[in-house]
Design a protein. Sequence first.
Length: 133
Amino acid sequence: MRVIYAQTDRMNVVYYSRYYEFFEAARSALLRRIGIPYTELEKEGYMLPVVESHCRYHGTATFEDELTIESHMDETPKAKLKISYKVFKPGRDDPIVTGYTVHSFTNARMRPVRAPAMFLERLEAYSGQALED
């Protein structure tokens, strides 16, 4: 994704909280790639509220930088889903930002539930491929 002016602060660097928006975009893309778009989860009556998040800044991005955001799951979810992220700038092998979000599977009334069977089945079917996006 390319950094737009509205995502930067007065110092011309990406404002720190914007990285969580980048994480969300990468998370949605990962779920779509696995075959479980978030809209489908909602239609089935499941929600994935964030219960924990972390972001560590190793460098900066500025207006017009083209960023690559990698997202991946390190383990099969049970009642919670953890997704890790790395944000890269062109020409750098090391990430400028790393982080993760933890989501709880809930029903529509926000009561915790286990990961739905259809989620686990599609994840299993996808497991032969790299879980990165």
